[in-house]
Write a protein that binds this ligand. Structure first.
Ligand code: C2E
Ligand code: CA
Ligand code: CA
Ligand code: CA
Length: 284
């Protein structure tokens, strides 16, 4: 037992070492991922739960590094640590705006929802830069009448707790330009309900951890019901995320939730597949 314990310890040590090496490697390489063309955007349709019709889509970043996809859950924190998330965020928004133009030209446009890292709002300078990006693009795309109302930004609750005044102000400015604001992973953070009431937002996304517990009993279902009635009281639209089963979908329908995202309908897909899907839907 003694020697096994030692081996176990050694194994544990090697694992830590390996993780550290991998993180260091990713840290180093994520900075060149844009110039090496290793990023791509995937699109996950969000549907009307009754008709199954695609009403919008979430934009999800993919990194193909050395021939393998690395999960954003792994590389986004690394990109945040290095600050490179700011450049990545701008790349994502530019790519998403190009997609909107492409869809617009085919008369297939649906609203796109983009994830924003808290780090991108970290300082006053970054907040100014964030807004300036949209104003610059507006001029650039003016001929296409780029419709900012087709863009939603997904922020997380943690953002609502920091520098509340300046961030509220920034969100107000963005909304003035037509951009919608959604609170992602709702219910998983530390925010109190009063944050939600005081913050200029349009939508909440019920986190998939709540949806996954729907079949686990009345108490879990009551929690979703509470989120739904509170969102309605605040006049916020609702997206249920991570719907995988018929049972979950039936519950969502009972709640009159207007939009659903999850593997039950679609997984995230490459840009061309997404465009084809919208074209097919338009012909129906
Ligand atoms: P998120 O914003 O909560 O995105 C939803 C995640 O749930 C996505 O994972 C999506 O593929 C997954 N998902 C959707 N439906 C289902 C389902 O039915 N079952 C299950 N099990 N999962 C489902 P993904 O694409 O791996 O992204 C993970 C996270 O990485 C995102 O979580 C988001 O926080 C972050 N992320 C992705 N793209 C970006 C980006 O462009 N910028 C930033 N800052 N973060 C991003
Ligand atoms: Ca999201
Ligand atoms: Ca989410
Ligand atoms: Ca998440």
């Amino acid at each position: 037992a003694k020697s096994r314990g030692r081996n176990g310890f050694q194994f544990f040590n090697q694992q830590i070492q390996k993780n550290a090496e991998r993180n260091a490697e990713l840290y180093l390489h994520v900075k060149s991922a844009i110039s090496r063309n290793e990023f791509a955007l995937y699109y996950q349709p969000i549907v009307n739960p009754n008709s199954g019709k695609i009403v919008k889509a979430e934009v999800l970043l993919r990194w193909q590094y050395k021939g393998q996809f690395i999960s954003p859950d792994e590389f986004i924190p690394i990109a945040e640590e290095s600050g490179f998330i700011v450049q990545i965020g701008e790349w994502v928004r530019t790519e998403a705006l190009n997609m909107l133009t492409r869809l617009q030209n085919k008369q297939l446009a649906v609203p796109l929802s983009i994830n924003v890292s808290t780090i991108e709002f970290w300082t006053d300078d970054l907040q100014q830069r964030f807004l300036a990006y949209f104003d610059n693009k507006q001029t650039e795309f003016e001929s296409n009448q780029l419709p900012y109302h087709l863009l939603t930004l997904e922020i997380t609750e943690s953002l609502m707790m920091k520098q509340q005044d300046s961030i509220s102000q920034l969100l107000i400015e963005l909304r003035r330009r037509g951009v919608q604001i959604s609170v992602d992973d709702f219910g998983t953070g530390y925010s109190s309900l009063s944050y939600l009431a005081n913050f200029p937002v349009d939508q909440v996304k019920i986190d998939k951890s709540f949806i996954q517990k729907i079949s686990m009993g009345a108490r879990h279902e009551a929690l979703i019901e509470a989120i739904v009635s509170m969102s309605r009281a605040l006049d916020l639209s609702i997206v249920a995320e991570g719907v995988e089963t018929q049972y979950e979908l039936d519950f969502i329908k009972q709640q009159d939730i207007e939009a659903v995202q999850g593997y039950f309908f679609y997984k995230p897909m490459a840009a061309d597949v997404f465009v084809d899907l919208l074209a097919k839907q338009a012909k129906l």
